[in-house]
Design a protein around this ligand. Sequence first.
Ligand code: SF4
Length: 355
Amino acid sequence: MPATPAPATTPRRSSVTETVLTAENLVKHYPIKSGILRRTIGHVRALDGVSFELKAGETLGIVGESGCGKSTLGRMLMRLEEPTDGTLTVDGVDVYSLGRSEMRRMRRDIQIVFQDPYTSLNPRKTVADIIGEPFDIHPEVVPKGGRRKRVQELMEQVGLAPEHINRYPHQFSGGQRQRIGIARGIALNPKVLVCDEPVSALDVSVQAQVVNVLEKLQDELGLAYVFIAHDLGVVRHISDRVGVMYLGKMVELGTEDEIYERPTHPYTRALLSAVPVPDPTLRGTRDQIKLQGDVPSPANPPSGCRFHTRCWMAQDICSSDEPQLIARADLGGAHPSACHFAEDSVVSGTRKASD
Ligand code: SF4
């Protein structure tokens, strides 16, 4: 896991009230085809019943290992994938019931910034064309004849020199390219921006700058972010709440403080234990939990709790009964955690996979 750009200040928290996005039981199964007749012989269960709410101006971080379903989730929030099941509501509108033209209107409210600034920008287009692209579909957003001026305003908002409006992507650094992607993402004044690993492809020194741009825009525009990443340090810095995913399920959901200071799911604790400790004097003071084995195939997930094949706390019930993502009254109303033994996980504290 790469080192994390050290936040210069205490993580900021926005004041959040109104719900702008509600995901209920989102499911995405991809058929596995075989033979000349392309018969369906199974399904890859990329996402298997994920629910959460997002408030205006809030950042919800989504973390988990590769293949946990977090990028599928991001694409489903944009309706770049059709759901197998579930509902998605943005600003009170049932997104998956919309027709093509209604969906085009809806896209004004929810936009995405992709992971790789090197491949997500068309190399043959200028910055003016790339950032102004959303205006081709939504010309009503800019006054007639005001497109170029608006693109330059967007460039300034993300920290790019407006006089570089006629340059091509290859004339910018990686961080600057991601700023171009962000400017394109906010061009239509969306309410929600899905950030799919927006800093993963960048040098550590540049990551903090891009995160700072996102924070500044959130303060200025009241944007809500779904911030998908595998770097827990970055996610902690930017997020108000964090959802932890494992094998297509959300296994723990809480405030940044709850997840990082009081995790109750063994998988969350294992993930956190692998985050590098920047302070050399504190190294070696934290128990590292080494998980055994690989992540199972999403085409054939384990029964019961999907984490039971790697969990050092697993008991018989774990392989037969699936734990639900619920707040446990016996844990004093602690945040939701999908573990039969969340309480023991807290109490046991330092028990390791290798014990
Ligand atoms: Fe581990 Fe069982 Fe909790 Fe799953 S339900 S995380 S296997 S203790």
